[in-house]
Design a protein around this ligand. Structure first.
Ligand code: PY5
Length: 308
């Protein structure tokens, strides 16, 4: 997916021209993957662009950094203001937002602690991650031959750069085999998550997702969907899921910032079918909320301008 350029990128508190937002080749993060990042989205609403769960994302960035012993020199509020500035500068109505905390140039070696921590916030217009057709009719997923990295290998609660080698290996394998997305099992052989999404299944009207202790990212979309389900009176449990539970699911879907809420139509060629009623209900509510059409969840949006 080629990046669409916008005017500016926020780097350590300054708005820098897109083409000048560069780092030195000896930036340690590039070599060892020691860095943390976020994926956030701003949606077009009647009151201008609005960032979905903005504070929660920046708080998670700080938590990820804490796990990796990186001191982010900007507060959550400063980072949020940085996002708003860069969106205003670009003049876009909707976009994907990529905050990244990385080790700056100057030190090298496997000890990250002496390095200075830098932060950038880039934005660009980004359409549906798994395709419009996938959003509507569901995507085809494959259980990966790659095992989800365990919490005692690299902490799974941190959205750490290097972890994504694991995700990308699974993604490429799935794409090459003709599927849209991978589902990774954890070291215990239980269902963990997609390459960049949390996973939910529905059986006999009960919505289920693996617990965070299964080694999955504490997804902000996941948490929102759990809240929506409770408010919609959809029975919900965190459950240990086996591969066979995917095959016998009545419904299944992925959640994530890039992916949004995407129905899963089949797993390993086992048909789950067209998006079911629970998936549709959750998906409809999600899109109402992000587009600013829900009074009840208005607090989940951070409006970039003061348009009313
Ligand atoms: N699990 C993993 C491994 C993820 O990378 C993501 C998000 C999620 C779950 C869902 O988390 P959330 O709901 O908080 O977004 N992935 C990133 C995203 O922006 C990167 C994807 C390319 O969606």
């Amino acid at each position: 997916m080629p990046i669409t350029e916008v005017s500016k990128i926020w780097m350590d508190g300054e708005l820098v021209d897109w083409a000048d937002a560069t780092v030195h080749i000896l930036t340690p993060t590039l070599h060892y993957g020691w860095g943390v990042f976020e994926g956030v989205r701003a949606y077009a609403t009647d009151r201008g662009p609005a960032v979905f769960r903005h504070r929660e994302h920046m708080e998670r960035l700080h938590r990820s950094a804490e796990i990796l012993q990186m001191d982010i020199p900007f507060s959550v509020d400063e980072l949020m203001e940085g996002t708003r500035e860069v969106i205003r500068a670009a003049g876009v109505e909707s976009c994907y937002i990529r905050p990244l905390a990385y080790l700056g140039y100057g030190e090298m070696g496997l000890n990250p602690l002496p390095s200075k921590v830098s932060v950038c916030i880039a934005i660009w217009p980004w359409g549906t991650y798994l395709g419009d057709e996938g959003l509507l009719n569901g995507i085809r997923a494959k259980v990966s031959s790659w095992t989800r990295i365990g919490a005692n290998m690299i902490p799974t609660g941190a959205k750490a750069c290097g972890v994504y080698i694991n995700s990308s290996l699974a993604k490429v394998e799935a794409l090459k085999a003709g599927y849209d997305e991978a589902i990774l099992l954890n070291e215990h052989g239980r269902v963990a998550e997609g390459s960049g999404e949390n996973i939910f299944v529905v059986r006999d009207g009960v919505l289920m997702t693996p617990a965070l202790s299964e080694g999955v990212l504490d997804g902000i979309t996941r948490a929102s969907v759990i809240q929506f389900a409770q408010d919609l009176d959809i029975p919900f449990v965190e459950a240990n899921l086996l591969r066979q539970d995917l095959y016998t699911a009545d419904e299944a879907f992925f959640t994530g910032t890039a992916a949004e809420v995407v129905p899963i139509r089949s797993v390993d060629e086992r048909e789950i079918g067209a998006p079911g009623p629970v998936t549709k209900q959750i998906q409809d509510l999600f899109f109402d909320v992000v587009k600013g059409k829900s009074e009840r969840y208005a607090g989940m949006l951070d409006y970039v301008d003061d348009r009313t």
